[in-house]
Structure formats: structure tokens, C-alpha cells
Design a protein. Structure first.
Length: 140
């Protein structure tokens, strides 16, 4: 009987661990900055489909990689309190590179003004959220 209770406790612990892992991931996905970044990533994937071949595999791939890297930093900042400030700073650095690449795509005629303005507004929104989160985290 004691062995059965011990086994049941292990199963309960595993269930709690799985629930905690799912809860932690859910928290990242519920962050407004994570959702905004994810929406921006989807827009970037849509926008880079129409790039000329010469730019699709250079600047287009780079902007997608930088956006993914920014999202990973946001997720990691949410997971680890000890490195949160450092990771938010890295996410902001990725955002600045994304901003530069977006400007390049506009200047070489790959993005029209309307698309550029739309994506720039999304970048500004993400930047404001990261700045607010950074200020809050530095006080804590």
C-alpha cells in the first residue's frame, strides 16, 4: 500500500510539473509584447514573400531571423527573472536591426510607403512595450 501511495505521489508531481511548464509557456504567449511581436513576425513573413529574388534571400531572411531572435529574447526574459533586464536590452537591439532592415527594404523599392508605415507602426508599438517593461524590471 505504501508503494502505491508513493507511486501516486510521483504521478501527481509529474502532473504538477507538466502543468507548471504549460502555465509558464502560456504566460509568455499572453504577454502583450509577445503577441505584438508574433503578429509582426507573421506580417514580415507575408511581406517578404513578394520581395525580388535578390533581396528575398539576403535582407528578407535577415529580417526574419532578427524578428525570431527578438521573440526568443522576449520569451527568455519572461522565463528568467535574473537575466530579464539583459534579455530585454538584447530584444531592443534586435528591434533596432529590424528597423534598419525595414528602412533598407523601403529605400531599395521593395516595400511601398503604405507597407513601410504599417510595419513601422508595429515596430514602434513593440519598442514602447519593451521600454516600459525594461523600466519596470529595472525598478524591481
Amino acid at each position: 500500500m505504501k508503494g502505491g501511495a508513493y507511486l501516486r505521489f510521483d504521478i501527481l508531481s509529474l502532473d504538477l510539473f507538466i502543468s507548471f511548464s504549460e502555465w509558464s509557456m502560456t504566460l509568455s504567449q499572453n504577454l502583450p509584447v509577445y503577441r505584438s511581436s508574433y503578429d509582426f513576425l507573421l506580417e514580415i513573413f507575408r511581406a517578404t514573400k513578394s520581395l525580388e529574388r535578390e533581396y528575398k534571400y539576403t535582407v528578407g531572411e535577415k529580417i526574419k531571423k532578427e524578428t525570431l531572435a527578438m521573440m526568443i529574447e522576449i520569451q527568455r526574459a519572461n522565463s528568467a527573472k535574473s537575466t530579464r533586464v539583459e534579455r530585454i536590452v538584447r530584444a531592443r537591439e534586435h528591434l533596432e536591426i529590424i528597423r534598419l532592415l525595414l528602412r533598407i527594404l523601403k529605400d531599395i523599392g521593395q516595400f511601398g510607403l503604405k507597407r513601410f508605415v504599417y510595419l513601422s507602426q508595429k515596430i514602434e508599438n513593440i519598442g514602447r512595450q519593451l521600454s516600459g517593461w525594461l523600466k519596470y524590471s529595472q525598478r524591481a
